[in-house]
Design a protein. Structure first.
Length: 74
């Protein structure tokens, strides 16, 4: 009787492991989403760059299309 109980527990652990694997694959699919087939990490020109947590990007004035584009670039 003990062997049957052990087999049932092992089967349920395998089932949980399979479910865990499926969930991991789904999570990887969500995290690795790329709209054009290129991952954002592949676009980095400098490998292994670490951006500091308090890094702030400068605010740029966006071109609105109402003026000469050359003036916008100055």
């Amino acid at each position: 009787m003990l062997n049957q109980a052990t087999a049932v527990i092992a089967h349920s652990e395998d089932e949980y492991a399979q479910r865990y694997k499926v969930l991991e694959e789904r999570l990887k699919a969500i995290e690795g989403f790329s709209a054009f087939g290129i991952d954002a990490l592949d676009l980095c020109l400098v490998p292994n760059v670490v951006v500091p947590p308090k890094f702030k990007t400068p605010d740029f004035e966006k071109y609105k299309g109402l003026q000469c584009p050359k003036i916008h670039l100055k």
